[in-house]
Design a binder for this molecule. Structure first.
Ligand code: PLP
Length: 483
C-alpha cells in the first residue's frame, strides 16, 4: 500500500509537467504577445544596446524547486536578454554575418518541439527524414551537385565543416602512417572553424600550406598548383584543398573552377566553405560568381545565414555518400531494429549526432509557405544594396579596400590628422554606442578596417541610408573633436 500511496503522490506532482488545455492557452497567449511586441517594436529597437548591468538581473532568479509565473519569466527575458547586447533580429545588424530569423521558422520549431518527431533514423520517422533529405537534395540541385549526393543538416557551419574534414581525412586514408607528411592547402582568409575542425579531426600534425592571395584576398590558383607539385616531388602527400565561397572578412570567393580542376588533376579532396556565400547562387549575379562550386567534393552552406532562418541550421553536402557513411555511420546492437538497407539514408549515419532536433522543419516550413521566389529576390536585393553602400560610402570620403564580391564592404576613414587605426576604432565604438545600427571591424594586413555586412532579410534601402547618415555624423563629430 505504501508503494501505491507513494506512486499517487509522485504522479500528482509529476503531472504538473503536463499543463491543461486552459493553462496552455494562458501561457501561449502571453508568449505570443511577447513575440508580437518584440516584432512590432523591431523598427524602433536598437541593433545594439550597451547597458552597464549586462543582463546580470537574470541571476537574481535562480533555478529552484518552486515555479514562477509566466509574466515574471517574460519580464526577466525582457529586461536581461532581449534588450541587451546585439540584436540579431534587427534590420540594423550590419556586422559579422547577419541572418535575421524568419517568423515561419520559429513556427516550424514550435511544431517540431510539440510533435518531437525523431528525425535521426528513417525507421523512427520516415516523413521527418524524408523532409530533411529532400532539403539536402534541393540544396544539391541548386549547387549543381548530383541529386544523390549525401548531406546532413547541422547546428551550423562549424559542425558542417568538421563533418566534411573528417570525411576527407578518411576518404584520403590519412592515418598514423602518413599524417606527418600529409598536406592541407588553405588560405589565411579561411574561417577559423576550419582550423578548429582540423585540430578536432586529429589532423594537427599535417602540414598546413597557406597559399598566397591576390589583391582581392583570393587564392592564386597558379601558386596553389606549383605548391602541390613541389610537395609531391618532395615525397609529401597532398590530400586536401580548402576553398571559401564568401570569406568572412571581405566576402571573397576563391577561384572555384580552377581550384576544382587542380584538385581533380592531382587527386586531392576539394572542400568548399560556402557557409556565408553559398545561397547567393539563388540570385542571377551570385550564380555567375559561384561558377565551379559543383567541382568541390564537399561543401558547407548555412541556411541560418543565406536563407535567413534563426541560428541553429547549417548544412554539409558530400558528393559520395559511401565516403560520408564510411566516416560517420555505426551500427549499435540496441539500434538493430532501425536498420534496413532499402531505406532512405538516415541522418544519424551521416553525422556525429544521434538524438537530434527535427531541424528540417524550420527550413521546410518557410520554404513551403513563401516559395523560393522571395528568397532569391531578397538575396539579389542584398547584392545591389552592397553596391549602393560601396558607392555612397566613397562619396562620404571613406576609403574602400577592394570591390565587394558579395555583400561585405570593407572600408575605413582616413582622418585629416592623427592615427587612422585609432580613428576607425573610435568610429566603431561611437556607432555601437549609438546603437541604431551595428557594424563590426577586422584587421587586414595589420590595418584596422570597418566591415559592412548585409544579409538580414529585414535590411532594405532605408536601413542602409540610416547607416550612411550615422557614419557621416560620427565622422564629423570625431573630426571636430580632433580640432
Ligand atoms: C559563419 C561561417 C562559418 C561558421 O559557421 P557557424 O554557422 O557560425 O558555425 C564558417 N565559415 C564561414 C565562411 C562562415 O561565414
Amino acid at each position: 500500500m505504501a508503494m501505491l500511496d507513494k506512486l499517487k503522490k509522485l504522479e500528482r506532482i509529476a503531472r504538473e509537467l503536463e499543463p491543461t488545455a486552459g493553462e496552455r492557452r494562458f501561457t501561449r497567449d502571453r508568449i505570443v504577445s511577447y513575440g508580437e511586441d518584440f516584432l512590432n517594436r523591431l523598427e524602433e529597437a536598437n541593433a545594439f544596446d550597451s547597458k552597464p548591468d549586462k543582463g546580470i538581473g537574470i541571476l537574481d532568479s535562480p533555478i529552484s524547486e518552486d515555479p514562477i509565473p509566466i509574466e515574471e519569466a517574460l519580464t526577466l527575458l525582457g529586461q536581461n536578454v532581449d534588450t541587451q547586447g546585439l540584436n540579431p533580429a534587427s534590420a540594423g545588424h550590419l556586422g559579422y554575418i547577419p541572418g535575421g530569423g524568419l517568423y515561419y521558422s520559429a513556427l516550424g520549431d514550435y511544431l517540431a518541439a510539440i510533435t518531437n518527431r525523431y528525425a535521426g533514423v528513417f525507421f523512427a520517422s520516415p516523413g521527418a527524414v524524408r523532409i530533411e533529405n529532400m532539403l539536402i537534395s534541393w540544396m544539391a540541385g541548386i549547387l549543381g551537385y548530383p541529386v544523390n549526393s549525401a548531406g546532413n543538416l547541422t547546428s551550423g557551419g562549424s559542425i558542417a565543416n568538421l563533418i566534411a574534414i573528417v570525411t576527407s581525412r578518411d576518404a584520403q586514408k590519412i592515418n598514423s602512417t602518413n599524417i606527418a607528411r600529409s598536406v592541407i592547402y588553405l588560405s589565411h582568409q579561411a574561417h577559423h572553424s576550419l582550423q578548429k575542425a582540423i585540430r578536432i579531426a586529429g589532423l594537427d600534425e599535417c602540414i598546413l600550406r597557406y597559399v598566397n592571395l591576390d589583391r582581392q584576398y583570393r587564392i592564386i590558383p597558379g601558386e596553389l598548383e606549383e605548391q602541390v607539385e613541389a610537395d609531391k616531388r618532395n615525397g609529401l602527400n597532398p590530400f586536401l584543398i580548402i576553398g571559401t565561397a564568401g570569406t568572412t572578412d571581405v566576402g571573397a570567393i576563391d577561384p572555384l573552377d580552377e581550384i576544382g580542376d587542380i584538385a581533380h588533376r592531382h587527386g586531392l579532396w576539394f572542400h568548399l566553405d560556402a557557409a556565408y556565400g553559398g545561397f547567393f547562387i539563388l540570385a542571377a549575379q551570385g550564380k555567375a560568381k559561384l561558377k565551379g562550386i559543383e567541382k568541390s567534393d564537399s561543401v558547407c552552406i548555412d541556411p541560418h545565414k543565406g536563407l535567413f532562418v534563426p541560428y541553429g541550421l547549417g548544412a554539409v553536402l558530400v558528393k559520395d555518400i559511401a565516403r560520408m557513411q564510411g566516416s560517420l555511420s555505426y551500427l549499435a546492437n540496441y539500434m538493430q531494429d532501425t536498420f534496413s538497407s532499402t531505406d532512405e539514408p538516415s541522418p544519424a549515419d551521416l553525422s556525429p549526432e544521434l538524438s537530434k532536433h527535427f531541424r528540417g522543419l524550420r527550413l521546410w516550413l518557410p520554404l513551403k509557405l513563401h516559395g523560393t521566389r522571395p528568397f532569391a529576390a531578397c538575396l539579389e536585393e542584398k547584392l545591389l544594396l552592397t553596391r549602393y553602400f560601396y558607392q555612397e560610402i566613397q562619396k562620404l570620403g571613406f576609403e574602400v579596400e577592394c570591390e565587394p564580391e558579395l555583400s561585405v564592404v570593407i572600408y575605413r576613414y582616413v582622418p585629416k590628422k592623427g592615427d587612422a587605426d585609432l580613428f576607425n576604432k573610435r568610429l566603431v565604438e561611437e556607432v555601437q554606442k549609438d546603437g541604431r545600427v551595428f557594424i563590426s571591424s577586422t584587421l587586414l594586413n595589420g590595418k584596422f578596417i570597418l566591415r559592412f555586412a548585409i544579409l538580414s532579410f529585414r535590411t532594405h534601402l532605408k536601413t542602409v541610408d540610416l547607416a550612411l547618415r550615422i557614419l557621416k555624423e560620427k565622422v564629423e563629430m570625431l573630426e571636430n573633436l580632433a580640432g
